[in-house]
Write a protein that binds this ligand. Structure first.
Ligand code: HEM
Length: 319
């Protein structure tokens, strides 16, 4: 009896060391220190959405871009300084927006529980709320991330580009511990939001020497994109929605993808490999299967360790 107790005690100590060592996140991280943390973020997201329907898409993409560069450490939120051009000002991030929603949540949280809730956790919570408040699933967000102190615009080159083919996409995801299933499920984030012409002009102008348009695209769909994005487009904010229900988190993206009505080469690429194509078909046929897979992959992505060191007081500047 005593021997059993001793061994279970040792096991407990071992687990404690293991968990502390790996900085494990937990879904009840703020239960004692800031019990209103989640409700405060939700209310900031809700309030912003009332005035601007594009907020949820922006918040979801923000988390993806945060986690893919230096892990989920809030590095995407830091402003450039005189000496340093930050991620925010790297080319793929120029179109990120709605940073003020994170600022508003942070301000409220600092008044309530100073120095407690990290900016990286606020981004993860806001992305979850963005999905849920757009009619998508909800999930328990693991928390306890720390904020990083480094953010470099040059590193945003490491984000996957809309021109990527399937092996480039697969490589970009696997470098971050994400599988081909995660790639297909997370690409479903393109059920929300908008793209500027420059992000897909390769598919509708000079695609190949003898073909202006990517032949894998639905013809009249491609023609409609050409009309909003002419070759020498002068309208700064011209572009197209990523699916036909851009403010609703549903599985429409996959249905349209199968019809040749996706926006990026990287979306279309999901049909060029048998495994990814099977998954696209599965998600097009079942919103439920998509939601289950999306939640699982979001939790996985949000666990990419950023190795941050602090809880920033202002999400735009290091302490
Ligand atoms: C698989 C690789 C991916 C590529 C190459 C990619 C690329 C892009 C590009 C080029 C845009 C449009 C930017 C613009 O023109 O303004 C965009 C928008 C967006 N992406 Fe992705 N993306 C990828 C994966 C993801 C993932 C994993 C998520 C989230 C889970 C996501 C969520 C979004 C959202 C919500 C928007 C719309 C943003 C808005 O309307 O403000 N994307 N993506």
């Amino acid at each position: 009896m005593a021997a059993i107790n001793l061994s279970s005690l040792l096991l407990g100590v071992f687990m404690l060391i293991l968990f502390n060592g790996s900085n494990a996140l937990s879904s009840n991280y703020y239960d004692q220190t800031c019990p209103m943390a989640e409700a405060t973020v939700t209310s900031a997201v809700k309030k912003a959405m009332l005035n601007d329907k594009t907020v949820p898409a922006a918040l979801l993409r923000m988390q993806f871009h945060d986690c893919f560069i230096r892990g989920c450490d809030g590095s995407v939120l830091l402003n450039s300084t005189r000496k340093n051009k930050a991620e925010k000002d790297g080319p793929p991030n120029i179109s990120l927006h709605a940073f003020y929603v994170i600022d508003n949540a942070k301000k409220a949280l600092e008044a309530m529980c100073p120095g407690t809730v990290s900016c990286a956790d606020i981004v993860a919570l806001a992305a979850r709320d963005a999905v849920h408040l757009s009619g998508g699933p909800s999930w328990a967000v693991p928390k306890g991330r720390k904020d990083g102190r480094i953010s470099k615009a040059s590193e945003t080159k490491q984000l996957p580009a809309p021109l990527f083919n399937i092996s480039q996409l697969q490589q970009s995801f696997s470098q971050r511990g994400l599988s081909i299933n995660d790639l297909v499920a997370l690409s479903g984030g393109h059920t929300l939001g908008f793209a500027h012409c420059s992000s897909f002009q390769n598919r509708i102008h000079n695609f190949a020497t003898k073909q202006d348009i990517d032949p894998s695209m639905h013809q009249s769909f491609a023609a409609s994109l050409q009309s909003v994005c002419p070759m020498h487009n002068k309208v700064r904010n011209a572009g197209a929605n990523l699916d036909s229900t851009p403010t609703v988190f549903d599985n429409r993206y996959y249905k349209l993808l199968l019809e040749g009505k996706s926006i990026f080469t990287s979306d279309q690429a999901l049909l060029t490999n048998p495994t990814t194509k099977t998954l696209v078909t599965k998600f097009a046929n079942s919103r439920d299967e998509f939601e289950k897979a999306f939640v699982e992959s979001m939790i996985k992505m949000s666990n990419i360790d950023g190795g941050g060191q602090e809880v920033r007081l202002n999400c735009r500047v290091v302490n």
